[in-house]
Design a protein around this ligand. Structure first.
Ligand SMILES: Nc1ncnc2c1ncn2[C@@H]1O[C@H](COP(=O)(O)OP(=O)(O)OP(=O)(O)O)[C@@H](O)[C@H]1O
Ligand SMILES: [Mg+2]
Length: 263
């Protein structure tokens, strides 16, 4: 279902890479301010869904509309309203750039590549660093940070863009459990304080199910979309992850264990 109030609307959208179907017949509406978790096995089209929202991969049939615009070009003005944290974007340790410079890169979609950042841009960068608790590291070379700290900087860079929609592709993968929880808590707070619309791709079903308003279960097709307790049913998940899936009921929240089966 989609409505006119949705900020993102997929209407029977099918997306191919040459001869491979990455997403098939997706109809989905996302309202402003929603926190959406996107789950599904490897190759199920999660990253492709985010790229479609960014206008990087246009649908071969159906439509994808963002802010009520069919943004099929990267240069569409609406692109600046979407912050994007790509999957596995950790930096080369020798890349000569400080934390503050990396976050300033988030300003370039607004100030243009060939102008110098002004006082207001520096204030926004410092605000973004405060939000992710990295002010003390502003002058540190990016390559000297740990993976979790780099992820915080990447989140700050996306925030410095002052986005309305934030797309996060596996921001907690490869990060230790306490830091995963800290990043999740940070994103939850940003969602609440800045009223961002968030799409969060992850394989950690139990981490996301505690914070997302709705989960979207993909496997090329859209298998389910709804509140976590509706989506995390054994029979629904088994269609995508195979029959080895176990769902236990920990009081109010379902707890999911994905077995060895590879879909
Ligand atoms: N640039 C590309 N060229 C060709 N095929 C691609 C390209 N990117 C993705 N694909 C294919 O499209 C399908 C969906 O890929 P996608 O990256 O969206 O999956 P994903 O759900 O993000 O997986 P993962 O959990 O591994 O990140 C896969 O079959 C993949 O091989
Ligand atoms: Mg992916």
């Amino acid at each position: 279902m989609t409505t006119n109030e949705d900020v993102i609307r997929f209407d029977r959208a099918t997306i191919h890479y040459r001869d491979r179907v990455a997403l098939h017949d997706i109809t989905l509406g996302i309202r402003a301010g929603e926190f959406i978790g996107i789950i599904g096995p490897n190759g199920s089209g999660k990253t492709t869904l985010l790229k479609a929202i960014l206008g990087l991969v246009p649908p071969v049939s159906g439509s994808v509309r963002v802010f009520d615009c069919a943004c099929e070009r990267l240069r569409c003005e609406h692109r600046a309203r979407i912050g994007y944290l790509p999957q596995k974007d950790l930096v080369d340790p020798h890349f000569p750039i400080t934390v503050a410079e990396a976050v300033m890169m988030g300003r370039y979609s607004s100030i243009g590549l060939f102008r110098y950042p002004g006082k207001a841009d520096r204030a926004i960068v410092s605000e973004a660093l405060t939000a992710v608790n990295m002010v003390a590291e502003a002058g540190t070379p990016l390559g000297e940070l740990s993976g979790g700290q780099q992820q915080r900087v990447m989140i700050a860079r996306a925030l410095a863009q002052r986005p309305e929609v934030l797309l996060l592709d596996e921001p907690t993968t490869g990060i230790d459990t306490p830091t995963q929880h800290a990043i999740m808590e940070l994103i939850r707070r940003l969602h609440r304080d800045l009223r961002l619309t968030i799409l969060f791709v992850t394989h950690d079903i139990n981490l996301i199910s505690r914070v997302a308003d709705r989960l979207i279960l993909l496997n090329t097709r859209l298998f389910a979309a709804g509140p976590p307790s509706d989506v995390l049913r054994r029979d629904t998940l088994a269609q995508v992850y195979g029959k080895d899936i176990v769902v236990t009921d920990h009081g109010a929240a379902p707890y999911v264990i994905v077995g060895d089966h590879h879909a």
